[in-house]
Design a protein around this ligand. Structure first.
Ligand code: UD1
Length: 427
């Protein structure tokens, strides 16, 4: 059983480069299904979620050549199956991103129902309602969703009840092959959606308005393979910004490989906590914060404060001089991180989707369990600034979305290591 062991109190220095965005790479990989032939993706993060998406595509008949650690050549010419099996969807809910492309290419998809996950129920009703409007008929049987557009996809106007990232992406990937025009109103505006639209347009799609609440898509008869670079990971960047703010030496650290505009709201809110970020070429320079001011943050769809930065922000507020409030509007069950941080000495009370955080002077190292991807990373950061040693278990969550997280922290001067410990259940 591997854990991450962190010795607190070591100052960070130097520079760290973030990988390509997980949330973009997964959808771009799914989108290669729309363009029979070999698409090259560069700047692909080497993380376990990408490996799962690779298995989903191979299961359907695609071949994937790993050109180098971050470059994949994905050939979808031989794809002859339109099924995402339970074994893989259960490992990664984002496998449902193949539904839109499969409908776009074959007019059919069979997808295991994702069920709940550790961030709550995470329904896909908006994906289904939107695709139904495009002419897809849905059935469910034995835990699978059967989607069929026997009479072809027909462009239409879809208004999303909530700016869902996944629903927007699935709709775009189906609508690019529909007959006529589709308009998605109240579309999600995340940079990863802009990245997806950008690659699809290179493939020959006609998408306008990605990055705004209204996306217009004119269906085309075919798409062709291209080469595309995955956008830098703004959430990984934000995670290292927090590491720097809490533990950098006097010179601060540099975080590069991403577009700081994608982290604009985070940088603004962090500035109001006293964290100084300065733009540099390809990233930002963050200085250590001396006096953390409390904050009132609520998570919202982009360009609001991202839910994927909520645990990291909670860690900073746990060390603030005063009382903070964090409101989680996107996911239920996203405060599990808080109870682990309390084990390290934080003072946090949860009421519904609000967390009331009373800042403490310091945290103390403890054994904690990674509750999910971002919460796990935030616990490692908590260990960096805690007194003594912190041991984070269930680190497979972190490997889902952070490439070489421990190695990058070590390169910055942190005392962090993977350690294999006996599993107490099997001794
Ligand atoms: C994506 C990201 C995730 C991020 C989230 C919000 C990926 C792989 N994951 O997740 O990291 O935290 O966006 O920025 O890109 N909902 C419904 N019905 C639906 C669809 C969504 O009720 O049909 C609800 C979900 O349960 C959730 C909320 O809407 O509570 C947001 O979901 P959504 O924006 O779709 O997030 P994901 O695409 O799942």
């Amino acid at each position: 059983m591997d854990i991450i062991r962190v010795k607190g109190g070591h100052r960070l220095h130097g520079s760290v480069q973030v990988a390509g965005a997980k949330n973009s790479a997964l959808k771009l990989m799914a989108a290669t299904l729309l363009a029979p032939g070999a698409t090259t993706l560069t700047n692909v993060p080497n993380i376990s979620d990408v490996h799962v998406m690779g298995k989903v595509l191979k299961y359907m008949g695609a071949s994937i050549d790993v050109i180098d650690e971050h470059t994949l050549l994905i050939d979808t010419s031989a794809v002859s199956m339109w099924e995402a099996p339970y074994e893989l969807v259960a490992q990664m809910r984002a496998s449902t991103a193949v539904m839109g492309p499969l409908l776009g290419r074959f007019g059919k998809a069979k997808i295991a129902m994702p069920g709940g996950c550790n961030l709550g129920a995470r329904k896909i009703d908006m994906h289904i309602l939107g695709l139904e409007a495009l002419g897809v008929h849905f059935d469910t049987d034995h835990g699978y969703i059967y989607a069929d557009a026997a009479e072809g996809l027909v462009g239409t106007d879809v208004s999303l009840e909530f700016a869902s990232v996944g629903a927007t992406e699935n709709l775009i990937m189906a609508a690019v092959r529909a007959q006529g025009c589709t308009t998605i109103d109240n579309a999600a505006r995340e940079p990863e959606i802009v990245d997806l639209a950008c690659m699809l347009n290179k493939m020959g799609a006609k998408i306008e308005g990605a990055g705004t609440p209204v996306i217009k898509i004119e269906g085309v008869a075919e798409l062709h393979p291209v080469e595309h670079q995955v956008v830098g990971d703004r959430i990984e960047a934000g995670t290292f910004v927090v590491a720097g703010a809490l533990m950098a030496g006097a010179e601060g650290i540099e975080v590069t490989g991403f577009n700081p505009l994608h982290l604009d709201m985070v940088i603004k809110r962090f500035a109001s906590m006293g964290i100084e970020c300065e733009r540099i070429a390809g990233g930002i320079h963050v200085r250590p914060v001396e006096h953390i001011k409390p904050i009132d943050i609520q998570t919202l769809p982009f360009p609001g404060f991202p839910t994927d930065m909520q645990p990291q922000a909670m860690l900073v507020s746990a060390l603030a001089d005063g009382n903070s409030i964090i409101t989680e509007n996107i996911f239920e069950n996203r405060f599990m991180f808080a109870s682990e941080l309390v084990r390290m000495g934080a003072d946090i009370h949860i009421e519904g989707h609000h967390a009331m955080i009373h800042g403490v002077r310091s945290l103390s190292g403890a054994q904690v369990v990674s509750p999910d991807l971002r919460g796990g990373a935030a616990l490692v950061l908590a260990g960096l600034c805690a007194e003594g040693t912190t041991e984070v278990s269930a680190i497979h969550h972190i490997a889902r979305g952070y490439e070489r997280f421990v190695e990058k922290l070590v390169a910055l001067g942190a005392q962090v290591a993977y350690v294999t410990v006996p599993d107490p259940n099997f001794d």
